[in-house]
Design a protein around this ligand. Structure first.
Ligand SMILES: [Zn+2]
Length: 207
């Protein structure tokens, strides 16, 4: 969904249930039909309603920004495993001809991590339930302390807690020498990939 903040909030909130149940029930008069709805949601939005433009060119005031951010409810945001602030490329970066890592190489690494997960637990990491996470993604003491801090300071919901653990499981699986245990570094990176929208906005405005 490109420009996700432009969709009606009701449309977005209606996606919450199917995104967890992986089916959708359509009711018309006396007919109820259950249809499969297993999807991966990828969405993008601008840092602010005017799109940001060149540095210093943003014309949005705080009220504009608040209204824009509020279009995405907390519960829908909470369901995104990865929330990444895409920075504006610098001049040097734009002019540089150095190629990045090729998608084919990244795809191989991802395929290997998926194979590892299937072999270990018979499903992808995103499908691990809370109790199976205890078995297949045990966290070391330092990592556990970080999560405790986030939970105690209300920076992580119960749903977010499980999502962080699944993402951290995948991060460890992507390493060259994956282990069963999840360490603090993986937890920190997973938390960093869950940027808060408000921070993103501020960063977007300043950048
Ligand atoms: Zn703006």
């Amino acid at each position: 969904m490109d420009e996700i903040a432009e969709f009606a909030p009701k449309v977005l909130d209606n996606m919450r249930q199917p995104s967890e149940d992986r089916y959708i029930t359509v009711s018309r008069a006396r007919i109820h039909v259950r249809l499969p709805a297993d999807f991966l949601l990828v969405a993008a939005m601008n840092p602010c309603p005017c799109g940001g433009g060149a540095p210093g060119a943003c014309q949005c005031n705080d009220a504009h920004l608040q209204r824009y951010v509020r279009r995405l409810s907390g519960p829908i945001l909470d369901r995104f495993d990865l929330r990444v602030n895409v920075h504006r490329p610098g001049v040097e970066e734009l002019l540089s001809h150095e190629p990045g890592e090729s998608s084919a190489v990244v795809a191989e690494r991802v395929a290997e991590a998926r194979r590892l997960a299937e072999e270990r637990q018979g499903c992808l990491n995103s499908r691990l339930s809370g109790s199976r996470l205890d078995e297949f993604a045990p966290i070391d003491d330092a990592g556990r302390a970080v999560l405790r801090y986030e939970l105690e300071h209300d920076r992580l919901s119960a749903r977010g807690y499980h999502r962080i653990r699944r993402v951290a499981r995948s991060l460890v699986d992507l390493r060259s020498a994956p282990s069963l245990q999840i360490d603090e570094e993986a937890i920190q990176v997973a938390l960093g990939l869950r940027a808060s929208l408000n921070t993103t906005m501020r960063v977007g405005r300043v950048a």
